[in-house]
Design a protein around this ligand. Sequence first.
Ligand code: BES
Ligand code: ZN
Length: 469
Amino acid sequence: MGHTWTTLNYLRSPQEYIGENLETFKSEMLEFLRIPSISTSPDHLEEVQEAASWLKGMIEQSGLQAEIHQTPGHPIVLGEWREAGNNAPTVLVYGHYDVQPPEPLELWNSPPFEPEIRNGRLYGRGSADDKGQLYLHLKAAEAFLKGPGNLPVNLILLIEGEEEVGSPNLLPFVESQKDRLSCDVTLISDTSMIAPGLPSILCSLRGLAYFDIEVRGPSSDLHSGVCGGPVVNPALALAQILASLQNSEGQIAIDHFYDDIVEWPAQQVEALKTLPFDKGDFEESIGRELCGGEQQYTVLERLWTRPTVEVNGLNSGYTGEGAKTVLPSVAQAKVSFRLVSDQTPERIEVLFRQHVEQVAPKGVEVTIRHLHGGMPWRSQLNEKLKSAVDSALTKVFDKESVIAGEGGSIPIVNVLEQVLESPVLLLGFSYPGCNLHAPNEWFPEENIENGIRTIAHLYQEFSSVNKLR
Ligand code: BES
Ligand code: ZN
């Protein structure tokens, strides 16, 4: 009898295990967020490695096998548990353990790598994008492996350290490990819910084409009085080029830019109107009116269904205190385009270069470099997958889920679908105001529990659908 009791006591259900271990989960998550795994900066190579090792240890502790694959850049961490057998579905989870630089530091209310929970928000760099969200998947797996002792699905974790720099080493890895990564569905939590308490399934991501543009004038900075006039000013030339990219109606003024766009079906556009989106709240949260972009489209349409051009940064001449009369030698900008289906970064690069060639003034030399990019994405979920995720979400949030789009980009999503020939399911738990890439990034504390529980329910749902594809 005593033996049976002990066994029963030991074999908790995944949901029970989650309830019992929430505090441990939270403190481990904080530990992970303390590692400054900033992928863009060569000063943080060691910390990026440290985050990869931490993950490997945590995956093993959760009951999966783990490996670190070194790449010419940052390592890829792989986790595996394949004991559910050939008849069970195989789920691939993708996430990234690298984060954006935290600067400007003075705008953070608590240091970016000293995460803390205040008023129901877990503040820290990477809490939402994506270390915190990725971590939910480890704990959902652990809830099965440490609760009942096995998972109802075969599970592969694919975690990279270069998402924020365009995933340069992930594509070759996925191609070379195609068979090993073969799966019925890929799950990614690197996006947000449209509103607190409202579970959302994503149907789209925008693509990206990112460029550096440099305008070179005279061989060195010059006195703007001695030389100004006959010498073309590179900063002004750059400003002219940039200003020519958009017209006064908010349209992108590059020939053929819109040619490849396939508009969303009217019924899906109509459905956007039923989503709880409040323009005024959004304006208040960013502190400015929403009057950019193509005026004939609603704000959600402009965010999710339409392309944009953005200037991400500008650099030229004298910007210090007071006045210095100088004619700069160089001006530089980071320009990107958000793309929608079926635009491609390759075609947009050709059109952008042609446009710049046409509008660049004489007397300067313009160089454009394509830094990185990714394809826009539309979801290909079948009904079985949709209803599995819907019922997992409803169990936790007690509300039917809505279909939402997303303005951001995750370039690897298309690659995974194409190479692995299986659909991707985007299931994010952060909120629109979570300050991704910005000071005071946060993740909702309630969604640590909700997220882990949803993922655990989802595995159960998957296992009862006999064929996912
Ligand atoms: N998690 C984001 C993508 C994202 C942002 C999805 C907001 C949904 C809402 C991801 O880490 C990211 O920042 N992607 C970059 C592109 C990448 C190639 C640097 C982006 O969207 O700018
Ligand atoms: Zn990001």
